[in-house]
Ligand binder design. Structure first.
Ligand SMILES: Cc1ncc(C[n+]2csc(CCOP(=O)(O)OP(=O)(O)O)c2C)c(N)n1
Ligand SMILES: [Mg+2]
Length: 816
């Protein structure tokens, strides 16, 4: 079987010359028809023609696809340029893959395996699909919003003249379902985009007035265009197609227009579903007495009446092309394209069509309508009134379909293995972070120049102020710091310019993570390596969690610094206290998380992180087959640092390479146990002083007891799980860092873990060697107080640790 698209099997040759408009229009209409067929057939094939081992519905969304076929055909086959980047409505995935198939970038095998293992993905995925997905989508709203942040990133790199500034800028385009506009993150992004004066963004709204459950009410959407306009967007409404516009010009046409304008969505949808005869009946009943209407209807048979009444501009190729090509400036533009969900399919207009599938019988009728013979389902030219040569000739002229890869890469920026240690014997990790960043800003160099920071209105309170003072705030225009000009004393110098390296956001954590996602894809979207660092308060990770997950899902590369965290923020109190974030850090794929106790640990972790962000598996060939990438250290990823404002006495030591490696792998012995020791305390982050105090008391009774500092429960756990899997697959000698660390202890030694976060994050350590373990941590919302009061109240103070040690050693069950 020829796996790539047969239309493009001859050698590729770039085209010359332009087609005349009518010829192009008829080719685009033919492609529109083909793309509707291929998307519907791909879904049909997955649901009806493949073996179904689970007995589960495979799904796919034929109606959602049909809604967008005209728009996407016009864009991909004519309007887009290679530098444009598109976030496709999740449920239009089959349309996207069909287009890529016709353009020679998707295989037939993957279409046939749509929604199957290794096949084209349900929703376009940068990491799982192989056909040039720019932005993954799936969680509605996020794909739309990321395009505004991508445009900001494009401006950031272009204004700094990083990368290829000769090439024209791309348009960042979102193809959105109308129900996506119910998601609040859209409006957060709109506001932020306005503040940053974003350019070159298009949002194309597939306004089919249907969501998943139902036909939606019209009232809210009446507000949408003014909302965009208020935010400085240009709004283009594509309402009526050419047929309807022509009919409106006939006698009685204006009455027909006002009838449609006033027709409730539910009635319109019902009539679309019922078809021509019902349209005629309804129009005659409502407008039969109106002069001209009888003529309009009389001159058309039922099928033509139906075609006329469903001729919304979002399905009118000419109208769609006109609208897209009319835009010549870089102002953000929102296209509201009226469409019909299921257009061209028997599902059209039915309120339950979201998950609806054509029955095999309906598919046969649809096949006949498309003149596709059995066996020719995947043939590009089958059923079209144009020859295979004409089609393939045209596909070669499509500007978007450049043979060169559209997505880019960028060289790595060299990173040191540590940063100079900030001075100060007592310091918090947050303060240490601020000082390291300030030093980086001061010392300059390539690493500092590629770092870009961002924060949702907590720049100063997360200690980024020193960095910003030196590196400035990014703005498209130079803006003075008025306070500074007026010589008003302030620690903060907030000069804004295109050279600035900090992006100041309003308070919206979703926006922070979407921006980090866009910044963290800059090497792939714009060919420029950026090293993004975003700061926020740790509890508000949960506020932006879906966007954080979204960023990781696309394999964006960034460091998120979350501080303060846990009870250790003490007087700030319960609402700002985080409990579950250590668990989030462990469970989030694509994110390596750390909770350092001391600033030298942080320094080593941060230096490693800047390198880790840039890894891409490219070095895999340098590693032997046995060198398994258990921690994805070859592949790389994003990083989460959970920091604290609690000042700790810093240890006097210098990190040798072994200790540095242990810190990066997730833990080390701060007080090594004696061989065969019967007890160890394992602590993480800000509670280390309590663990140290408890440990010094324990030594009186159990002289060999050890104290381990866990810098990354996430990486320790990941490596342990990977080693376990490796052993099961026959690598008998596989051993993880956690196992090695715990090996000096007696087999029946007791363990006590303590963390200023949920105890479960360390509790698994008892399973590593099958040891008794007491896990201390925080399970309930906290309140204001001193650290001492709170640690005592929530039982993570040194007394509680001592009690847990005693109970573990004595085997008591009820030490509390
Ligand atoms: C955050 C989120 N919530 C819920 C869903 C489930 N869902 C998928 S599509 C959809 C409605 C889509 O309606 P619309 O955006 O108008 O797309 P259409 O299919 O009508 O083109 C919903 C609720 C989702 N994908 N993401
Ligand atoms: Mg919709």
């Amino acid at each position: 079987m020829a796996d790539t698209c047969p239309a493009l099997q001859e050698p590729l040759e770039r085209p010359t010359g332009h087609l005349e408009q009518p010829e192009k229009l008829s080719l685009l209409r033919a492609l529109e028809k083909k793309i509707l067929w291929l998307s519907a057939w791909t879904i049909h094939n997955a649901n009806h023609l493949r073996e179904n081992l689970d007995g589960l519905k495979v799904g796919g969304h034929q109606a959602s696809c049909a809604s967008m076929v005209t728009i996407m055909t016009a864009l991909y086959m004519d309007v887009l340029r290679p530098q444009d980047r598109v976030a496709v409505k999740p449920h239009a995935s089959p349309v996207f893959h069909a287009i890529q198939y016709l353009l020679g970038k998707q295989t037939r095998a993957k279409l046939e395996a749509f929604r199957a293992y290794g096949g084209a993905q349900s929703y376009p995925s940068r990491t799982k699909d192989s056909d040039d997905v720019d932005f993954s989508t799936g969680s509605v709203g996020l794909g739309v919003a990321i395009t505004s942040f991508a445009s900001l990133v494009q401006d950031y790199v272009r204004l700094k003249k990083m990368g290829d500034t000769e090439a024209p800028p791309g348009r960042m385009i979102a193809l959105a379902g109308d129900a996506e506009l119910d998601e609040g993150n859209i409006y957060e992004a709109l506001l932020e985009g306005w503040k940053h004066d974003i350019r070159n963004v298009w949002w194309v709204i597939d306004y089919n007035r249907q969501s998943l459950d139902a036909v939606v009410q019209d009232r809210l959407f009446g507000r949408i265009d003014s909302l965009f306009e208020t935010m400085g967007w240009h709004v283009v409404t594509l309402k009526y197609g050419k047929l309807l516009e022509a009919a409106f010009a006939e006698p009685g046409g204006e009455s027909l227009r006002s009838w449609i304008e006033n027709c409730p969505n539910s009635l319109y949808s019902t009539l679309v579903f019922r078809g021509g005869a019902t349209w005629r009946e309804q129009l005659l009943s409502d407008l039969g007495e109106t002069p001209g209407i009888a003529g309009i209807l009389g001159r058309r048979d039922d099928e033509t009446v139906a075609r006329l009444m469903t001729n919304l501009a979002g399905h009118d190729m000419e109208a769609v092309l006109e609208a897209f090509h009319s835009i010549e400036d870089d102002r953000p533009t929102c296209f509201i394209a009226y469409t019909i969900k299921g257009y061209g399919l028997p599902l059209a207009g039915h309120k339950d069509n979201h998950a609806g599938l054509l029955t095999p019988e309906q598919m046969e009728v649809f096949r006949a309508g498309n003149a596709i013979a059995p066996g020719e389902e995947w043939e590009p030219a089958a059923g079209l009134q144009i020859s295979a040569e004409t089609l393939s000739g045209f596909l070669r002229t499509v500007p978007f379909a450049t043979p060169a890869p559209r997505l880019t890469t960028a060289p790595r920026v060299a990173c040191p293995d540590r940063f100079p240690l900030p001075t100060g014997s007592r310091m918090s990790t947050q303060e240490g972070f601020g000082k390291i960043m300030t030093e980086l800003a001061r010392n300059g160099g390539a690493l500092a120049d590629h770092i870009v920071t961002a924060s949702p209105d907590v720049t100063v309170s997360t200690n980024l102020g020193g960095w910003v003072n030196r590196r400035g705030i990014f703005d498209r225009r130079d803006r003075a710091d008025t306070f500074k000009d007026h010589k008003i004393a302030s620690m903060q110098r907030w000069t804004m310019s295109p050279g600035g390296q900090h992006l100041e956001l309003g308070i919206a954590e979703n926006n922070l993570f979407l921006l980090l996602a866009a910044l963290g894809l800059s090497h792939s979207l714009f060919g420029t390596r950026l090293l993004p660092v975003g700061t926020l308060y740790d509890p508000f990770i949960q506020r932006g969690l879906d966007a954080l997950n979204y960023a990781c899902y696309q394999d964006a590369r960034f460091i998120v610094v979350a501080t303060p965290s846990g009870l250790s923020l003490a007087p700030e109190g319960g609402a700002h206290q985080s409990i579950s974030t250590p668990l989030i850090g462990m469970a989030q794929d694509g994110l390596a998380s750390f909770e350092p106790a001391y600033v030298d640990e942080l320094s080593a972790i941060l230096a490693w992180s800047f390198d880790y962000l840039q890894r891409d598996g490219g070095d895999a060939a340098e590693h032997s087959n046995d060198d398994i990438d258990w921690l994805r250290d070859i592949e790389g990823g994003a990083v989460y640092l959970r920091l604290s404002t609690r000042g700790l006495e810093q240890p006097e030591r210098s990190l040798d390479p072994v200790l540095r490696n242990d810190i990066i792998r997730g833990g080390y012995w701060l007080r090594p146990p004696e061989p065969g020791a019967k007890l160890a305390i394992l602590c993480s982050g800000a509670v280390t002083p309590e663990a140290l105090e408890a440990h010094s008391h324990i030594l009186e009774d159990i002289p060999g007891a050890g104290l381990m500092v866990i810098t990354s429960a996430d990486r320790l756990n990941a490596e342990w799980c990977a080693a376990e899997r490796a052993r099961q697959s026959g690598h008998a000698a596989a051993m993880s860092h956690a196992e090695k660390l715990l090996s000096p202890l007696a087999a029946d030694a007791g363990l006590v873990t303590v963390v200023d976060g949920h105890p479960t994050s360390l509790a698994w350590l008892g399973s590593v060697r099958g040891q008794r373990l007491r896990a201390l941590g925080v399970e309930h919302f906290g309140q204001s107080g001193t650290i001492g009061e709170l640690y005592k109240s929530y039982r993570i103070d040194s007394d509680a640790i001592l009690n847990a040690c005693a109970a573990t050693c004595l085997g008591h069950a009820n030490e509390r």
